[in-house]
Design a protein around this ligand. Structure first.
Ligand SMILES: NC(=O)c1ccc[n+]([C@@H]2O[C@H](COP(=O)([O-])OP(=O)(O)OC[C@H]3O[C@@H](n4cnc5c(N)ncnc54)[C@H](OP(=O)(O)O)[C@@H]3O)[C@@H](O)[C@H]2O)c1
Length: 319
């Protein structure tokens, strides 16, 4: 699937990866993890990123999951079949993720761990130290994926931060390097000033904010788009009448229709749920398919002010 992708000292020369068909090969129920705690645990299908590394199409969001309760919820998620945990320095749960990694019988190679660099540490030396601190907190030797959390363009240190991620990758601290909340202008600048593009861009994406332009830009540049708040953080989208009708037609929940729609757009998803029933529901996406008309009707729900918390990366900054 990643043919025609050539690399030269870490720089992408040509990227023709088509993420949009990735979901088609997924068969949720066919795989069993030989090292897993649960014989029935099912792994979400993976796709290959532009750097040759694999990433699960469905990961588990961990925002708000902290302390002992957070550990229990994440352990439940691994038992349900999730293998990717999406954390961040600013979620203050890298310790809890580290505890989950220590407790699980899954081997390190069967887990996919992501964390994110906060805005306050985008200076080169601080960024390297922060990545190392993240690793120490999780008792890990490497991250599968590390992202710059927000570009913070007014501060204007994101290129320096990106150079630090490139260096950390060369040091073996990170397998795949990516960004979050980056607009085309930020990505173009990274490419122009460093010659290296991210392989992942994690952005807000759900039916009321479907990100057509950003998805196209990412795809054209071989960047895999991953949706944060893929369920709109359980806002009114979960009562949407159009999606409800589609859900009834497929005998699925509204949440499942939304997540399946995102997969069919070629986007990865990282839903968070504290309920084991909903965790399972959010993985159970590979035994039905939306028609082109259904995909289009959900795309038509896009709103010009559809962001959940009005966080425009051109102006919003997070530290
Ligand atoms: N890079 C960034 O800037 C950024 C920003 C925000 C989030 N994120 C990442 O993205 C992850 C997901 O986003 P999110 O946590 O903001 O929101 P989300 O996953 O869109 O929604 C989570 C909410 O949906 C509910 N829910 C989950 N599954 C459901 C289902 N099947 N049916 C009904 N309700 C359901 C959850 O409630 P229950 O827990 O009760 O099930 C929770 O209230 C985060 O956890 C974090 O890892 C990244």
């Amino acid at each position: 699937m990643s043919e025609n992708v050539l690399f030269n000292q870490g720089q992408i020369i040509s990227s023709k990866y088509d993420f949009s068909k990735a979901y088609l090969s997924a068969e949720l129920f066919k795989k069993k993890d030989s090292n897993g705690p649960e014989p029935s645990a099912n792994q979400p299908e993976k796709i290959t990123l532009n750097d040759g590394n694999e990433i699960p199409l469905i990961g588990f969001g961990t925002y708000t999951l902290t302390g002992g309760a957070g550990v229990n919820t994440m352990m439940q998620a691994l038992s349900t079949g999730y293998r990717a945990l999406d954390s961040a320095v600013n979620y203050e749960n890298e310790g809890a993720v580290g505890e989950v990694i220590r407790r699980t019988s899954l081997s390190r190679e069967n887990l996919f761990i992501t964390s994110k660099l906060p805005g306050r540490h985008q200076r080169f030396d601080e960024a390297i130290a922060t990545i190392q601190e993240s690793l120490y907190r999780m008792h890990l030797d490497y991250f599968d994926l590390y992202l710059i959390h927000w570009p913070n363009p007014i501060e204007d240190h994101y290129v320096e931060a990106w150079q630090a991620l490139i260096k950390a990758q060369k040091m073996g601290l990170i397998r795949s390097i990516g960004v979050s909340n980056f607009l085309p202008e930020h990505l173009e600048r990274l490419e122009k000033e460093t010659g290296v593009l991210p392989v992942v861009n994690q952005v807000e994406l759900h039916p009321y904010w479907s990100q057509a332009k950003q998805r196209q830009f990412d795809k054209d540049h071989g960047i895999f788009t991953q949706a944060w708040s893929p369920l709109g953080r359980a806002n009114t989208v979960l009562q949407d009448k159009t999606i409800q009708k589609i859900a009834e037609a497929h005998n699925k929940s509204i949440a499942q229709i939304i997540l399946r729609w995102e997969l069919q757009l070629g986007v990865g998803v990282i839903p968070k749920s504290s309920s084991s029933k909903r965790q399972f529901e959010n993985l159970d996406l590979f035994n039905f398919e939306l028609s082109e008309k259904e995909v289009s009707s959900i795309l038509a729900l896009d709103k010009s002010d559809g962001r959940t918390n009005n966080q425009d990366p051109a102006t919003y900054q997070e530290f």
